[in-house]
Design a protein around this ligand. Structure first.
Ligand SMILES: NC(=O)c1ccc[n+]([C@@H]2O[C@H](COP(=O)([O-])OP(=O)(O)OC[C@H]3O[C@@H](n4cnc5c(N)ncnc54)[C@H](OP(=O)(O)O)[C@@H]3O)[C@@H](O)[C@H]2O)c1
Length: 283
């Protein structure tokens, strides 16, 4: 059995659909969720739905019974992901899980950005547990960029300068996760995942302009000013600061890869940024 945490989140949903598309029987998939009421669509498709909360260790043992492979999707609680995720690692070990895949961050071994710290801790916990692992070191999502808003206001803000980002669509990262959960011989493998063609945020703004037919410019600003702008848009202060910090590190190359791991895992080129922008603005 293959279990997916965060199964009611964006990446979890896409991963389960990718597993089904690969021919995995629904009855062999376990959707681990905080709130089963949010997963009635998965139950209707025959996927097993079990309650699992990283912050409630008592839910994790029963949830992992009979699970061979587990995808731990990193928590979206940026205040502290490492402690709750440690509970999942401990439960996976106790349950005898044979493969633990974890959605980490691109370049986790060397990243200095603040968002990477929890991922580094969880990777170390997983290695120390002795459970065979796969680190899916995901680069930036294309979906992080609000291109509809950029087209509306004529500006794409950031503090990444001329840095190049190897962003890819969530669906491509989900396809990669489904691949490692179904391919043989994945034990103790590290994948550095990103889109085939990196781009600057100026190039992204130019594509938004071309697709929308409206003038759109990349608005580069200092890290503190960008964090303040994000707070003004309603992003909670700790997250706003970490996102602006991430842009600063993007400029230094921390969200760039030319590994080709993502396209190799999914067996096709990654979705080009231009195509994603066009699709997103049409929807
Ligand atoms: N690479 C990137 O650019 C990027 C961007 C954003 C996020 N991320 C990371 O990638 C993860 C997946 O992305 P996403 O787009 O799928 O995020 P998402 O839609 O916010 O999903 C996060 C999932 O984590 C679950 N979760 C959070 N805390 C939990 C807990 N204590 N116990 C059990 N489940 C818990 C949530 O459960 P509920 O459904 O119950 O809320 C949700 O299903 C994020 O959580 C974040 O760590 C990466």
């Amino acid at each position: 059995m293959i279990a997916i945490t965060g199964a009611t989140g964006h990446l979890g949903q896409l991963t389960i659909h990718a597993l089904l598309d690969l021919g995995t029987p629904a009855a062999d998939i376990v959707a681990l969720v905080r709130d089963p009421q949010k997963a009635t669509d998965l139950s209707a498709r025959g996927v097993q739905v079990r309650r699992a909360d990283y912050t409630q260790p008592e839910t994790l043992g029963p949830a992992l019974q009979g699970v061979d492979k587990l995808l731990l999707i990193s928590s979206n609680d940026v205040a502290d992901r490492a402690t709750p995720q440690r509970h999942v690692v401990e439960a996976a070990k106790a349950a005898g899980v044979k493969l633990l895949a974890y959605t980490s961050i691109l370049g986790a071994a060397t990243d200095k950005m603040r968002l990477a710290a929890d991922h580094q801790t969880t990777e170390a916990d997983i290695r120390a547990s002795g459970v065979p692992f796969v680190f899916l070191r995901n680069g930036w999502y294309l979906e992080n960029y609000n291109v509809a808003q950029a087209a509306q206001f004529g500006a794409l803000p950031g503090s990444a300068g001329e840095g190049r980002v190897s962003a890819a669509s969530r669906a491509d990262y989900a396809a990669a996760a489904a691949a490692v959960l179904t391919l043989p011989d994945q034990d103790n493998t590290v994948y550095e995942l990103g889109g085939d063609q990196a781009f600057t945020l100026g190039e992204l703004a130019a594509e938004v302009q071309a697709a929308s037919g409206r003038p759109v410019a990349y608005q580069n600003m200092g890290e503190a000013a960008y964090a303040e702008l994000l707070r003004g848009f309603g992003v909670p202060a700790p997250l706003a600061e970490k996102l602006a910090d991430a842009d600063t590190h993007l400029e230094k190359g921390e969200l760039y890869t030319d590994s080709g791991d993502l396209s190799k895992l999914i067996g096709r080129p990654t979705t080009p940024m231009k195509q994603w922008v066009n699709q997103t603005l049409k929807s």
